[in-house]
Ligand binder design. Sequence first.
Ligand code: ADP
Ligand code: ZN
Length: 729
Amino acid sequence: MSDFIADIAVNIPLKQLFSYRIPESLVSSTDVGMRVKIPFGRRLTVGFILSIRNGDAAGLKDLQGLFEDEPILSSELIKLLRWAADYYCHPIGQVVRTALPAALGNEKTTVKIRTEAIYQPLDPEIKLRGKTQQELLTFIIQEKSVGLTRIREQFSAPHAALKRLVEVGALQCDERELCRDPFRLDKLPVDQCITLNSAQSEAVDRITSAIDDNCFSGFLLHGVTGSGKTEVYLHSVDQCLAAGRQALVLVPEISLTPQLVSRFRARFELKGIRIAVLHSGLSSGERYDAWREIMRNQIQIVIGARSAVFAPLQNLGLIVVDEEHESSYKQAEGFRYNARDLALVRGQQQHCPVLLGSATPSFASYYRSEQGALTRLTLDKRVHAGDLPKVEIIDLKEQVCDGELSNVLIEAIQQALEQQEQVLLLLNRRGFAPFLLCADCGETFCCPNCEITLTYHQQKRELRCHYCDYVDVVPESCHKCQGLNIEPQGAGTEKLEEELEKLFPSARIKRMDRDTTSRKGAHQNIMTEMMARKIDILVGTQMIAKGHDFPGVSLVGVLAADSTLNIPDFRSGERSFSLFTQVAGRAGRASGGGKVYIQSYNPEHYALTCAAEQDYHQFYLQELPFRQELGYPPCGHLVNLVFSGNNNHQVQAAAKQFSSFLFRVAGSVEILGPSPCPLARLRGKSRYQILLKAAARPDLRRLLNRLDEQIAQLPRQVTLHIDVDPIDM
Ligand code: ADP
Ligand code: ZN
């Protein structure tokens, strides 16, 4: 006898799917992609049906029930999730879990569906007595059918009158499912009507014809800041909608890009096009609502950060990845996917073009465009204010400094302030000082959980670990030699702010870093003040380099460039170049002819000189031989195996044993390690890594496919994370 069998993803760390019989009573209502209740071990849990087949269900347990009467996962999305689980070597159940809004994975609660009463006129001729009743009825007839929320906006206490109207048969009341829309009350920004310049038109034409061809093609839109990339996105999305398809727009972080979101809303919402903005500020109910509306094809545009790459759009015509070089597209924990890379895969699967945009493309994307795998579209001029800022590198070996600032920079700040222009200073380290040092014995103060010094925060009078948030009081004396000469070493944004206050006592100085923006709305407040020119000098970490357009800034300073350059990672050159070029691009956006100073002990470094020239291609040419020689991505491929656990010896031994197995089966894959991770202890756990490196991806793949048995043999106390295409090691 043949039954219907559902193969189900369950949120546990195992790779396989679990099969259940679909009981007869549920056969007609059960579908692929549904969220179901299943007995698992001794409890009931949540699962997602990834496929349904015919077969012999002898010995299989039954599905217990459905959570919704419609699928949560589209078949397109299931395809992407399965691909990702396989590629990133991550258990499918956990992959599904990561992709979905949290509310959908919770086993205990079903998300409550909120409903609203909807009133519809039945008989306008009915005689009514009360004035309120008459007004209400007229209003409802005008609106044809209207929800209670909308009625309440017009009438203060409508209940009695409504009840009466229903009783006498003037109105009918239905229930409608209510979707929460967090933006409903926001005022729509004004759209600017823009005619594209020729470079922009050409880019949009290329993208449009790919949309019309209904097939995948990858584009890299390389355009300096202010060259009109966002406008290209807007026009391309417009074309995509005109073709009757939907668009997905990924941004590094919604809260840092309010300008992009409001430009999309201004352009499209008045035309009746619905946009879902997925961001971390949404409540779990709002996320759940947005998800279902997307599933029901009620949304045409989805804008969101990393996880929005999984939005269940079924008729995709275009995927845009803005600031594609940003490392936040890579998830750092758990299911370590890269949303930019998955966007390209999704474009292939759903036959639509993918547009990656950046002023400083990732080295990998630029390389692919050189190889022809991505089509490069270039916008090399700013739309307004023709000239890019002049950049000067200050050699700190030859400069007199007052604290963190060289005299040249101090003078330039003075001048900018006199001309009532704004100044942006980048120091990529928060806190007051990266560590405290005992001047008598040389002892430093480290985090007990992580192998890293504690950062000194002067305003809060505390030492804080930037990895695990461990907090300690500031010591009066050295715990080793009892000496009293404890001195802060190096400088962070807090110290720089203090120095600036002394140097420029009448300037209005603000700081923007993770400490000053942790409260909701704080980041937006600083941006608003900056736009309103209520700030003269803004000091900050890399946050200040991202996505805003401050027309009043004429001077940008990059301090301690070496702290970014000297991070021991093969991408430090790429990251420095990108960061400095981005922040330099903030100068003179409105007026043209801004000025940028970069302070460094290493002024000849090509990442600096190329950033100074704003010359991406030159940077690429300098960086390429280095990647080729060492076989680093994109000229080779990496997988990092990270072993962690409480007991250092045990972790080390397990990693050693694992590596000896790897050496036996490696073939052409290079095995590096095991070695302690750059952060050898993190949150109390010891960490070792083995890096796998291969010229060809299939070789790596084959090796990864052979690991399961070896992984099963790891001691229970040791955890292995597989990081495919790692971005920090
Ligand atoms: P990017 O995203 O590359 O930084 P934007 O698209 O934000 O650039 O464009 C920078 C500014 O120029 C914006 O204020 C935008 O409205 C304006 N702009 C873009 N394209 C044009 C155009 N073709 N004509 C006039 N203004 C434009
Ligand atoms: Zn720590």
